[in-house]
Design a protein. Sequence first.
Length: 320
Amino acid sequence: MTPAQLRAFSATVRLGSVKAAAADLAVTEAAVSLHIAHLRRELGDKLFTRTGSGLAFTPGGLRLASRAAQMLGLQDQTVLEVQQAGAGRRLLRVATSSLFAEYAAPGLIEIFAGRADDLDVELSVHDPQRFPLLLLERAVDAAIGPRPATVDASMSCTHFLNYQVIAVVGATHPLAARTGPAGVAELREQTWLLGPSAVGRAGIVPSVLRRLQIPEDRQRIFQSHTAAVDEAKHGTGVALAVTFAVSKDLADGDLRQLGGPQLPARGSWNLLTLGDREAPPAAAELRRFVTTPRATQAMLRGAGVTAGRFRPAIHVTLWS
C-alpha cells in the first residue's frame, strides 16, 4: 500500500469519479485505475462499484477512505515537521472561524508566537463544521471557533472566551430613533449587512438569522465583518457586530444598538485539538495559553484585521 495508491483512492472518494480524481491529481485515468486495482488485490475488497447514480462504496471502502485521509495527513505532517526541524523552526497550523479570525485572532496569535523565537503560526479560515475532519486528517494542528455539536472522543475541546453579538444601525437609519425593541416582522423587512460568518450553518451569526427567519434576499454579504459594520454607519441597513469591537462606535454615536427578539445573542469560542498524545506540542501549548488572562486581554484589545486585509476561506497569515 503506497502513498500514491492512497492518494488516488482518496481523490476518487472525495470527487466521486476516477475521471475527476485523475484530473485533480494531474495523471491519467488509467493510472488512477491501476492504483485502485492494486489496493483491491492487496486488501481483498472491491472498495466500490459503479452504479447509475455514481459510486457505491463497500463498508471496507468507506473504512479505507477514512484511514487514507488520516495516513496521508500524517505523512504530510511528518514531512513538514522534519523540514521545520532541519531549519530550526516549528510551525503551528491553526484553523479558525471567520468571526474569530477577524476580531480576536491577530492579538492572540501575535502574543503567542512572540513567546518563542522558533515558532511560526499559520492561520487559515474554514467553515467550523469542517474542524473535526481537518484535525483528523492532520491538515491543521488546532481549530478555534464555536463548539462543535459533537466532540469526538479522540479530541480535546477547551472553552476560553464568551462574547456577545448585537444588532446595530447607523445614526441616520429609521430604526435608530426607536426607544423600544424592534419586532420580528420589522426586523425581517430590513436589509441585513453581514460578514462572511453568515455563510454556513455553524456559529452565532447564522443562528441569529435562522431564529429571526431573515429572508435570503434581505441579506448582503461583505468580504469582512468590519466592512459590513462600516456600511451600516451610512444608515443603509442592520449589521450584526461583536460588542467589544464596536464599543467605541456606540460611545461616539456612529452606531446605535437595536433591541429585539433573540438580541443580543451570546456565543463562545473554543479551541479544538487532538488528544494529548496526538496533538503537536505547540498545539498543546496554545491550549494551555489561550485560557490565561494575558491571552484574553490580547484578544479583546488586539488591533483586528482590516477589511482590505481580510480574505475568507483562503486567508493565511504567518507570525514569527
